[in-house]
Design a protein. Sequence first.
Length: 281
Amino acid sequence: MDTIRIGLFGRGIGSSLTPIMHETEGRRHGLAYRYDLIDFDRLGLEDDDLEAMLAGARTRGYWGLNVTYPFKQAIVPLLDDLSPEADVIGAVNTVVLRDGACVGHNTDSWGFAQSVRTGLGAVQIDHVVQVGAGGAGAAIAHALVQLGAMAIDIVDADPVRAQHLAAHIARTTDARTQALVPAQLPEVIGLAAGVVNATPVGMEKLPGLPFDPDLLRRRQWVADLIYFPRETELLRRAAKLGCRTLPGGGMAIYQAVRAFRLFTGIDPDSAEMGRTFAEFA
Protein backbone atom coordinates (compact mmCIF):
# COMPACT_ATOMS: atom_id res chain seq x y z
CA MET A 1 0.00 0.00 0.00
CA ASP A 2 1.39 3.41 -0.97
CA THR A 3 1.87 5.83 1.90
CA ILE A 4 -0.37 8.88 1.75
CA ARG A 5 1.99 11.71 2.66
CA ILE A 6 0.57 15.09 3.66
CA GLY A 7 2.33 18.18 5.00
CA LEU A 8 1.50 21.43 6.78
CA PHE A 9 3.24 24.66 5.76
CA GLY A 10 3.32 27.41 8.36
CA ARG A 11 5.17 29.18 11.15
CA GLY A 12 4.99 28.36 14.85
CA ILE A 13 2.93 25.23 14.22
CA GLY A 14 4.59 22.85 16.67
CA SER A 15 1.42 22.51 18.75
CA SER A 16 -0.86 21.77 15.79
CA LEU A 17 -3.23 18.83 16.29
CA THR A 18 -3.97 18.53 12.59
CA PRO A 19 -1.36 15.76 12.09
CA ILE A 20 -2.75 13.49 14.81
CA MET A 21 -6.32 13.99 13.59
CA HIS A 22 -5.39 13.05 10.03
CA GLU A 23 -3.12 10.13 10.93
CA THR A 24 -5.60 8.63 13.40
CA GLU A 25 -8.47 8.89 10.92
CA GLY A 26 -6.24 7.43 8.22
CA ARG A 27 -5.47 4.38 10.38
CA ARG A 28 -9.17 3.97 11.11
CA HIS A 29 -9.68 3.51 7.38
CA GLY A 30 -6.74 1.13 7.03
CA LEU A 31 -4.53 3.67 5.25
CA ALA A 32 -0.79 4.16 5.50
CA TYR A 33 -1.06 7.86 6.31
CA ARG A 34 1.78 10.21 7.25
CA TYR A 35 1.34 13.87 8.10
CA ASP A 36 4.44 16.08 8.40
CA LEU A 37 4.77 19.44 10.12
CA ILE A 38 6.87 21.72 7.91
CA ASP A 39 7.53 24.65 10.22
CA PHE A 40 9.38 27.44 8.41
CA ASP A 41 10.52 28.86 11.76
CA ARG A 42 12.11 25.62 12.96
CA LEU A 43 13.68 25.03 9.53
CA GLY A 44 15.08 28.57 9.37
CA LEU A 45 13.30 29.30 6.09
CA GLU A 46 12.32 32.66 4.65
CA ASP A 47 8.86 33.41 3.27
CA ASP A 48 10.40 33.49 -0.20
CA ASP A 49 11.26 29.80 0.19
CA LEU A 50 7.58 28.89 -0.15
CA GLU A 51 7.79 28.25 -3.90
CA ALA A 52 10.80 25.95 -3.54
CA MET A 53 9.15 24.05 -0.69
CA LEU A 54 6.01 23.55 -2.76
CA ALA A 55 8.10 22.25 -5.66
CA GLY A 56 9.91 19.94 -3.24
CA ALA A 57 6.65 18.52 -1.94
CA ARG A 58 5.59 17.72 -5.49
CA THR A 59 8.92 16.04 -6.22
CA ARG A 60 8.81 13.96 -3.02
CA GLY A 61 5.37 12.57 -3.81
CA TYR A 62 3.18 14.37 -1.32
CA TRP A 63 -0.54 13.86 -1.91
CA GLY A 64 -1.40 17.24 -0.48
CA LEU A 65 -0.62 20.10 1.85
CA ASN A 66 -2.39 22.19 4.41
CA VAL A 67 -1.34 25.83 4.57
CA THR A 68 -1.59 28.13 7.56
CA TYR A 69 -0.20 31.47 8.79
CA PRO A 70 1.36 33.31 7.02
CA PHE A 71 1.01 31.60 3.63
CA LYS A 72 -2.72 31.30 2.84
CA GLN A 73 -2.65 34.12 0.31
CA ALA A 74 1.01 33.96 -0.69
CA ILE A 75 0.60 30.42 -2.03
CA VAL A 76 -2.27 31.29 -4.40
CA PRO A 77 -0.15 32.54 -7.37
CA LEU A 78 2.07 29.45 -7.08
CA LEU A 79 -0.78 27.01 -7.80
CA ASP A 80 -2.04 25.61 -11.08
CA ASP A 81 -5.74 26.00 -10.31
CA LEU A 82 -8.22 26.95 -7.59
CA SER A 83 -11.53 25.47 -6.53
CA PRO A 84 -14.47 27.86 -7.06
CA GLU A 85 -14.67 28.58 -3.32
CA ALA A 86 -10.95 29.29 -2.98
CA ASP A 87 -11.11 31.49 -6.07
CA VAL A 88 -13.91 33.60 -4.58
CA ILE A 89 -12.26 33.80 -1.15
CA GLY A 90 -8.79 34.52 -2.52
CA ALA A 91 -7.04 32.34 0.07
CA VAL A 92 -6.04 28.68 0.27
CA ASN A 93 -5.53 26.40 3.24
CA THR A 94 -5.56 23.04 1.40
CA VAL A 95 -3.58 22.03 -1.69
CA VAL A 96 -4.28 18.77 -3.49
CA LEU A 97 -1.30 17.43 -5.48
CA ARG A 98 -2.63 15.04 -8.09
CA ASP A 99 -1.87 14.12 -11.70
CA GLY A 100 0.99 16.62 -11.79
CA ALA A 101 -1.21 19.58 -10.78
CA CYS A 102 -1.45 21.73 -7.63
CA VAL A 103 -5.06 22.67 -6.93
CA GLY A 104 -5.91 25.04 -4.07
CA HIS A 105 -9.01 24.71 -1.90
CA ASN A 106 -10.37 26.54 1.12
CA THR A 107 -11.84 24.42 3.92
CA ASP A 108 -11.51 27.19 6.52
CA SER A 109 -14.74 28.93 5.52
CA TRP A 110 -16.91 25.84 5.79
CA GLY A 111 -15.03 24.75 8.91
CA PHE A 112 -15.69 28.03 10.71
CA ALA A 113 -19.37 28.05 9.70
CA GLN A 114 -19.81 24.50 11.02
CA SER A 115 -18.03 25.43 14.23
CA VAL A 116 -20.42 28.34 14.80
CA ARG A 117 -23.46 26.16 14.10
CA THR A 118 -22.38 23.44 16.51
CA GLY A 119 -20.58 25.55 19.12
CA LEU A 120 -22.78 28.64 19.39
CA GLY A 121 -26.09 27.51 17.91
CA ALA A 122 -28.74 30.11 17.23
CA VAL A 123 -26.98 33.37 18.03
CA GLN A 124 -27.66 36.78 16.55
CA ILE A 125 -25.27 37.30 13.67
CA ASP A 126 -26.66 40.17 11.63
CA HIS A 127 -23.81 42.57 12.51
CA VAL A 128 -20.29 41.29 13.22
CA VAL A 129 -16.96 42.97 13.88
CA GLN A 130 -14.09 40.96 12.41
CA VAL A 131 -10.57 41.81 13.56
CA GLY A 132 -8.06 40.62 10.97
CA ALA A 133 -8.16 40.80 7.18
CA GLY A 134 -5.46 38.31 6.19
CA GLY A 135 -5.81 34.87 4.62
CA ALA A 136 -7.90 33.43 7.42
CA GLY A 137 -9.93 36.63 7.58
CA ALA A 138 -11.02 36.32 3.96
CA ALA A 139 -12.43 32.83 4.61
CA ILE A 140 -14.13 33.90 7.84
CA ALA A 141 -15.83 36.91 6.26
CA HIS A 142 -17.35 34.67 3.59
CA ALA A 143 -18.46 32.19 6.28
CA LEU A 144 -20.14 34.99 8.25
CA VAL A 145 -22.14 35.95 5.18
CA GLN A 146 -23.19 32.30 4.74
CA LEU A 147 -24.31 32.30 8.37
CA GLY A 148 -26.50 35.37 7.82
CA ALA A 149 -24.33 38.39 8.56
CA MET A 150 -25.61 41.44 6.70
CA ALA A 151 -23.07 43.93 8.07
CA ILE A 152 -19.39 43.21 8.72
CA ASP A 153 -16.92 45.74 10.09
CA ILE A 154 -13.45 44.60 9.02
CA VAL A 155 -10.63 45.88 11.23
CA ASP A 156 -6.94 45.54 10.47
CA ALA A 157 -3.77 47.38 11.43
CA ASP A 158 -3.06 47.56 7.70
CA PRO A 159 -5.78 49.88 6.34
CA VAL A 160 -5.13 48.85 2.74
CA ARG A 161 -5.66 45.19 3.60
CA ALA A 162 -8.88 46.01 5.47
CA GLN A 163 -10.14 48.08 2.53
CA HIS A 164 -9.27 45.33 0.06
CA LEU A 165 -11.19 42.65 1.99
CA ALA A 166 -14.16 44.94 2.69
CA ALA A 167 -14.42 45.79 -1.00
CA HIS A 168 -14.07 42.14 -1.97
CA ILE A 169 -16.88 41.03 0.37
CA ALA A 170 -19.14 43.86 -0.78
CA ARG A 171 -18.47 42.94 -4.40
CA THR A 172 -19.03 39.17 -4.04
CA THR A 173 -21.86 39.07 -1.47
CA ASP A 174 -24.88 41.09 -0.36
CA ALA A 175 -23.29 42.10 2.95
CA ARG A 176 -22.56 45.71 3.85
CA THR A 177 -18.96 46.24 4.86
CA GLN A 178 -16.69 48.96 6.14
CA ALA A 179 -12.95 48.95 6.61
CA LEU A 180 -11.58 50.24 9.91
CA VAL A 181 -8.31 50.49 11.81
CA PRO A 182 -7.95 49.34 15.44
CA ALA A 183 -8.23 52.91 16.79
CA GLN A 184 -11.83 52.94 15.52
CA LEU A 185 -12.88 49.81 17.42
CA PRO A 186 -14.35 51.72 20.40
CA GLU A 187 -16.80 53.36 17.98
CA VAL A 188 -18.23 50.13 16.56
CA ILE A 189 -17.52 47.10 18.69
CA GLY A 190 -20.34 47.71 21.17
CA LEU A 191 -22.90 47.88 18.35
CA ALA A 192 -22.19 44.39 17.00
CA ALA A 193 -23.88 41.12 17.87
CA GLY A 194 -20.57 39.28 17.78
CA VAL A 195 -16.82 39.71 17.38
CA VAL A 196 -14.31 37.42 15.66
CA ASN A 197 -10.56 37.45 16.12
CA ALA A 198 -9.10 36.43 12.76
CA THR A 199 -5.58 37.62 13.58
CA PRO A 200 -2.72 35.40 14.82
CA VAL A 201 -2.42 37.51 17.99
CA GLY A 202 -2.96 35.21 20.94
CA MET A 203 -1.13 32.23 19.46
CA GLU A 204 1.68 30.69 21.48
CA LYS A 205 4.01 32.23 18.90
CA LEU A 206 2.36 35.68 19.16
CA PRO A 207 0.96 36.05 22.71
CA GLY A 208 -1.17 39.04 23.62
CA LEU A 209 -4.57 40.52 22.91
CA PRO A 210 -5.81 41.54 19.45
CA PHE A 211 -7.90 44.32 21.03
CA ASP A 212 -8.98 45.57 24.45
CA PRO A 213 -11.59 43.07 25.74
CA ASP A 214 -13.06 45.74 28.00
CA LEU A 215 -14.75 47.07 24.85
CA LEU A 216 -16.96 43.97 24.78
CA ARG A 217 -20.52 43.77 26.13
CA ARG A 218 -22.06 40.88 28.07
CA ARG A 219 -24.72 40.28 25.39
CA GLN A 220 -22.13 39.59 22.69
CA TRP A 221 -20.54 36.38 21.48
CA VAL A 222 -16.81 36.22 20.78
CA ALA A 223 -15.04 33.74 18.50
CA ASP A 224 -11.32 33.13 18.15
CA LEU A 225 -9.72 31.10 15.35
CA ILE A 226 -6.72 30.18 17.50
CA TYR A 227 -6.67 26.81 19.26
CA PHE A 228 -3.14 26.68 20.61
CA PRO A 229 -3.35 27.71 23.35
CA ARG A 230 -6.71 25.95 23.67
CA GLU A 231 -8.25 29.03 25.28
CA THR A 232 -6.76 32.39 24.41
CA GLU A 233 -6.45 35.32 26.76
CA LEU A 234 -9.11 37.10 24.70
CA LEU A 235 -11.65 34.32 25.30
CA ARG A 236 -10.79 34.09 29.00
CA ARG A 237 -11.39 37.81 29.41
CA ALA A 238 -14.57 37.69 27.31
CA ALA A 239 -15.97 34.82 29.37
CA LYS A 240 -15.34 36.76 32.58
CA LEU A 241 -17.45 39.56 31.13
CA GLY A 242 -20.27 37.10 30.53
CA CYS A 243 -19.91 36.76 26.75
CA ARG A 244 -20.55 33.48 24.98
CA THR A 245 -17.25 32.28 23.56
CA LEU A 246 -16.16 30.01 20.74
CA PRO A 247 -12.56 28.74 20.67
CA GLY A 248 -10.83 27.73 17.46
CA GLY A 249 -10.90 23.98 18.12
CA GLY A 250 -14.17 23.43 16.26
CA MET A 251 -12.92 25.14 13.15
CA ALA A 252 -9.68 23.12 13.35
CA ILE A 253 -11.67 19.89 13.41
CA TYR A 254 -14.09 20.72 10.61
CA GLN A 255 -11.49 22.15 8.25
CA ALA A 256 -9.52 18.93 8.79
CA VAL A 257 -12.60 16.83 8.01
CA ARG A 258 -13.05 18.44 4.61
CA ALA A 259 -9.31 18.43 3.88
CA PHE A 260 -9.11 14.69 4.62
CA ARG A 261 -11.88 14.08 2.09
CA LEU A 262 -10.07 16.17 -0.52
CA PHE A 263 -6.76 14.36 0.05
CA THR A 264 -8.13 10.80 0.08
CA GLY A 265 -11.56 10.79 -1.55
CA ILE A 266 -12.86 9.09 1.63
CA ASP A 267 -15.56 10.56 3.86
CA PRO A 268 -14.08 10.81 7.38
CA ASP A 269 -16.02 10.56 10.62
CA SER A 270 -16.14 14.09 12.04
CA ALA A 271 -17.10 12.79 15.49
CA GLU A 272 -14.07 10.50 15.56
CA MET A 273 -11.78 13.32 14.46
CA GLY A 274 -13.33 15.49 17.16
CA ARG A 275 -12.64 12.81 19.78
CA THR A 276 -9.04 12.61 18.67
CA PHE A 277 -8.73 16.38 18.97
CA ALA A 278 -10.25 16.33 22.48
CA GLU A 279 -7.95 13.50 23.57
CA PHE A 280 -4.79 15.39 22.65
CA ALA A 281 -5.95 18.96 23.35
